[in-house]
Design a protein around this ligand. Sequence first.
Ligand code: ADP
Length: 431
Amino acid sequence: MTYPPGLFKELGFLSLYLTGVGLVGFQFDQLPWIVLGALSIYFFWHISQAVRLNLWLNQSKKYSKPYAVGIWRGVLSAIEALRERGRKRKRKLGRMLSGFQQSTSALPDATVVIDSSGEMEWWNDSATRILGLDRKQDMGRNIEGVITDPVFLGYLTDGDYLRPIQIPDPVDGSVSLEVRVVPYGKGKRLLQARDITRLQQLETVRRDFVANVSHEMRTPLTVIHGYLETMVDSVDPGLAPWSRIVMQMQQQTTRMQRIVWDLLLLSRLETNQDTEGQVEVDVPALVERLEQEAATLSASASHVIHVDIDPALKLFANPDELDSAFSNLVFNAVRYTPAGGEIFLAWALTEQGPCFSVRDTGIGIEAEHIPRLTERFYRVDVGRSRQSGGTGLGLAIVKHVLTRHNGRLQIESQPGKGSLFRCCFPASRIC
Ligand code: ADP
């Protein structure tokens, strides 16, 4: 056990004091009264020290600290040490905060700290420039009064901040911003906005280029394919030695036509932002039709196809886009499941909303490939995909269609055991 500094001095003083007082009391034959008086003085001294301490702790600028004698020396030095430690921590935090503010100020992205009610508490220089904020006028203003775009307001109130949104700059409408909100602390939110105008321009150039090339290739390909078809069907004996070559050429043009068709479909999905063409889709009928088409495609491979459909579940969607997405998944299941395997198609209302799922007992996919499957031309086994007539664009189409319907694609798979592709839509789309 460690004793507080000054304790022994205090006790020494007290015993000397009481002895001295005792002697005086003894001499005057008033021992109890004199000792009682001396103890009262001692008691009031400590009370006055405690009062001083209280005042000094609360208003150290106005009141002086208690006398650092006896046991009070230890108490005061402990308090000083604590205060010094607090001051050091404050200085360190201050340095960290100003370092943080300097670094965020230097960032090209606008950064704004908003509280739980949406009031702006702090922002960096880029936010002043990008969002047109004024340090004097806008401090404490609600962010909803600064960025009034309805998409942003919806994003802010929805509270689903997993994905960033794209909105026009409130200052200059020709600039596009990518806005992300990150919640932290107790109800605080960090808003980040970056200028993506250039990126968007590049993306438009890329999209237009792919769409134009695909479009330009369509006609020559149709012509070549048509001639090749005529040559394949021809009975001209002069063509007989070329028949295998012509057949291969025709197969390749068919493949190229499929790629061009898928590329055009993808670019249509990317460019067309409106939701026109969305109606009540009879998904049960669509799934039934896909089951039959899958059986035809399976042909001699004779897969066993199981179907589980909720007949009353209809969806507000674009019928052609839904058809493209679902058929890609069903045909993939047939193509990547060895002969005799099983395929399960389901359309049902689940906890995640209405979901269409395709499960197969096919070759499966290694976990490392799954996050990349929806990239264009990403194929686990290029040879196998080509051989079975794949373009490498099917899952990219599925992803785009789902994004346009606020849906999500989930993929689970085990190599050698099979795969599950599930498309889930928001419950608000049920008709
Ligand atoms: P592809 O035309 O090559 O099938 P997709 O975009 O449809 O292109 O699919 C991408 C890749 O995902 C395929 O090449 C294949 O490797 C894998 N894949 C898709 N569906 C399945 C499935 N049901 N089972 C196993 N692998 C699959």
